[in-house]
Design a protein around this ligand. Structure first.
Ligand SMILES: Nc1ncnc2c1ncn2[C@@H]1O[C@H](COP(=O)(O)OP(=O)(O)OP(=O)(O)O)[C@@H](O)[C@H]1O
Ligand SMILES: [Mg+2]
Ligand SMILES: [Zn+2]
Length: 503
């Protein structure tokens, strides 16, 4: 038996076998079951997401001998002929190779003749955006008044290149990129059925590299099976894809988790001996951080490796966010470093040195400080925002409003209070704010309020500034009002700003 590539062998033959695209399948199933059919369908979407496949299944749905159905029998002669690619009533055209108007005319000349065997004569025109303008015009004429026995199924990766006149005559379905976890599951299913041994992490790498295209994923799987001699392992697969073995990335992150600078430098030096593409290594670090972040938010959503799950517990969400940010900036700046190795090392050291703590709200730049030194860094969440969500009132609210957030770690929040408001501070109120935070954040938190002599940008102060601005705006508005000016002129009056209340 000749070897068949997986993408062909595993072309879905029914709607149920399609992966993803549920939104389209639901609409098509409904339309078919209620016999509400359109004469022209347009399938759009990136390469290898199922446009042609969907067209062929729909052709079976329309022509199956059991009747128009969303579940074609796949056993009647028409279904079989369509699957085998030799059904006379399904005319498949690759527009990319038949762009000329003569081609289109020749094709459409036959439109008037009834189907030979099936219910409908179906034209499946792939890459329809490649047609010439004359061809579009010829097609348009038929699309405007198609014979009742004709259906058009158009497919394109580039719908923007279609004339609006064509678009408006078609029922358009946008196929989406297939999500990584769905591709991974599908690859796992195929490997299991084909008796191919695999590591799930290997399939994840393939799915990620496929970038939403199922066909690309299947082609990569074919390659991986050959490359790994039938046992699809993560290390080999990543090597094949030109990525680092993820273990290397894990070692780097492990050093970060332990705040162990010398381990981190040793790992990087060892890595450098293999002459890697540090841009790629950095990309891999970012992807791994992304995986950890997802695992933190939805622990069961994806079958991530144990190591990823472990890191998800070790690092705080803020750590991962900050590392990702540092990594992104590092990637941007890598070309400017004297060497990629050095740039990468500096970027990793920055991750090691900086812990995400929240800055006083006066600072809105991302900066950071060594972990053992004083606080301060980016403020992904401001105290004003948190406060607005806390169920506080009265004195507790007054106290909290005069505070600024100076430190935020997993289980501790530190607020600062200007010395001039010290009289507001008492243990009971601190406890009330602490309770509200525990309730809001849904985890145990210890709150500490410190007195400071420095000036702070607190919610109360922001509120005051806002109010002052509103008052100033209202005063200007009234002062410039012609009626008011007239009254002031006539009565030689002046405006008392204190009498103006801005709401
Ligand atoms: N949604 C999907 N579910 C399952 N397999 C799919 C899906 N999409 C694509 N495939 C696989 O990829 C192969 C190619 O799919 P198809 O020819 O339908 O892609 P396409 O969107 O028409 O791509 P192109 O834009 O390159 O023409 C199929 O034979 C099948 O193995
Ligand atoms: Mg196609
Ligand atoms: Zn059938």
């Amino acid at each position: 038996m000749t070897h068949q590539v997986l993408a062909r062998k595993w072309r879905p033959r029914t709607f149920q076998e399609m992966v993803g695209q549920e939104h389209i399948l639901r609409m098509l199933t409904h339309a078919l079951d209620s016999q509400r059919l359109h004469h022209a369908y347009l399938f759009t979407g990136t390469r290898g997401v199922g446009k042609t496949t969907l067209g062929r299944i729909l052709a079976k749905c329309l022509n199956c001998e059991t009747g128009i159905t969303s579940t074609p029998c796949n056993t009647c002669s028409i279904c079989k002929a369509i699957d085998a690619g030799n059904c006379l009533d399904l005319i498949e055209v690759d527009a990319a190779s038949r762009t000329k108007v003569e081609d289109t005319r020749e094709l459409l000349d036959n439109v008037q003749y009834a189907p030979t065997q099936g219910r409908y004569k179906i034209y499946l025109i792939d890459e329809v955006h490649m047609l010439s303008n004359h061809s579009f015009n010829a097609l348009l004429k038929t699309l405007e008044e198609p014979p009742a026995h004709v259906k058009f199924l158009l497919a394109t990766t580039d719908p923007k290149r279609l004339p609006i006149t064509i678009l408006s005559r078609c029922l358009q379905f946008n196929l989406r990129h297939v999500p990584i976890e769905k591709i991974t599951q599908h690859l796992a299913h195929i490997c299991t059925t084909e008796n191919i041994v695999f590591e799930i992490a290997a399939l994840q790498s393939l799915a990620q590299a496929a970038d939403g295209s199922m066909r690309d994923a299947l082609s990569l799987l074919d390659q991986a099976i050959a490359f790994c001699a039938g046992n699809v392992k993560s290390t080999e697969t990543r090597m094949m894809l030109g990525c680092m073995d993820q273990d290397v990335i894990f070692h780097l992150l492990d050093a970060l988790a332990k705040s162990n600078g010398s381990q981190l430098l040793t790992e990087i030096t060892e890595l450098a001996q293999h002459g890697p593409d540090f841009n790629q290594v950095l990309e891999d670090v970012l992807s791994t951080l992304h995986q950890i972040s997802i695992a933190q938010i939805v622990p069961d959503a994806r079958a991530y490796s144990e190591q990823i799950q472990q890191f998800a517990k070790t690092f705080s969400a803020e750590d991962i966010q900050l590392y990702y940010q540092i990594g992104l900036i590092g990637r941007r700046d890598l070309p400017f470093a004297p060497s990629a190795h050095q740039g990468f090392e500096m970027m990793m050291l920055r991750m090691l040195a900086f812990h995400p703590v929240v800055a006083p709200q006066t600072q809105n730049t991302v900066s950071a400080a060594p972990s053992q030194a004083a606080p301060v860094a980016s403020a992904p969440l401001t105290w004003t925002e948190i406060l607005s969500k806390l169920p506080l009132s009265g004195m507790a609210l007054a106290l909290a409003s005069h505070c600024a957030l100076t430190r935020l770690s997993d289980h501790k929040i530190e607020l600062s209070l200007e010395a001039k408001h010290e009289s507001l501070l008492n243990k009971k109120l601190v406890e009330r704010i602490e309770q509200a935070l525990i309730q809001h954040l849904n985890k145990s938190i210890q709150l500490e309020i410190k007195i400071t002599k420095t000036e702070l940008n607190t919610p109360a102060q922001q509120q005051g500034e806002k109010q002052a601005k509103r008052h100033a705006d209202a005063t200007t508005l009234i002062q410039n009002n012609p009626q008011v000016q007239k009254i002031m002129d006539v009565f030689e009056a002046t405006l008392d700003p204190n009498s103006i209340t801005a709401v």
